[in-house]
Ligand binder design. Structure first.
Ligand code: S3P
Length: 184
């Protein structure tokens, strides 16, 4: 297995990419970069405002630019937005520049975690469950395509999911496949 300069987290809304990513970076002594946060900082506007003014397509362009710029660095845990895998160029970049972890959660789990969230424009629809199932049908194959490792976060706290993920990553670590700073 080739060594990768970054650990990249993909997966649906509510899988825990940001909360686990932060903990992972902290525990592994790596920098943490949240691509959504980078988009917001660069645009000077939050995600709902961006969707309102430039639409989903405009958001995806900014997301691609932010991801590409984040992935010029190394030694980072990079958390991506749930739709970042939609772009073929994004997937290529992720595979080239990182060891990709797919954080999985069921639609039921997503509804429990982000069912009432107001900061996710794609969820501001009457039938959230149906929306999440439609998104999953399109995206699950893309998460599967891009990921080196699948990790189920269903029913786990962010802390517990992080600990279990680090235990699993240790195997890849010994093979030199993931970036390291501290020993877990
Ligand atoms: C999106 C997920 C969000 C954010 C935006 C679009 C998506 O990120 O990028 O609202 O398309 O699934 P999270 O997965 O961190 O919620």
């Amino acid at each position: 297995m080739q060594s990768a300069p970054n650990l990249i987290l993909v997966g649906p809304m509510g899988a825990g990419k940001t909360s686990i990513g932060r903990r992972l970076a902290d525990r592994l002594g790596l920098h943490f970069v949240d691509v959504d946060q980078l988009v917001v900082e660069r645009a000077g506007a939050d995600i709902p405002t961006l969707f309102e003014h430039v639409g989903e397509a405009g958001f995806r362009e900014r997301e691609h630019a932010a991801l590409a710029s984040a992935l010029t660095g190394d030694g980072q845990v990079v958390s991506t937005g749930g739709g970042a895998v939609l772009g073929a160029e994004n997937r290529r970049l992720m595979r080239e520049r990182g060891f990709v972890v797919h954080l999985h959660v069921s639609v039921e789990g997503q509804l429990r975690r982000v069912g009432h969230d107001r900061n996710r424009p794609l969820l501001q629809r009457p039938d959230r469950e149906r929306t999440l199932r439609e998104l999953a049908a399109v995206r699950e194959p893309l998460y599967a395509e891009v990921a080196d490792l699948h990790h189920d976060t269903e029913g786990l706290s962010p802390g517990r999911a992080t600990t279990e993920l680090i235990e699993r990553l240790a195997v890849h670590w010994q093979r030199g496949a993931i970036p390291s700073a501290n020993t877990p």
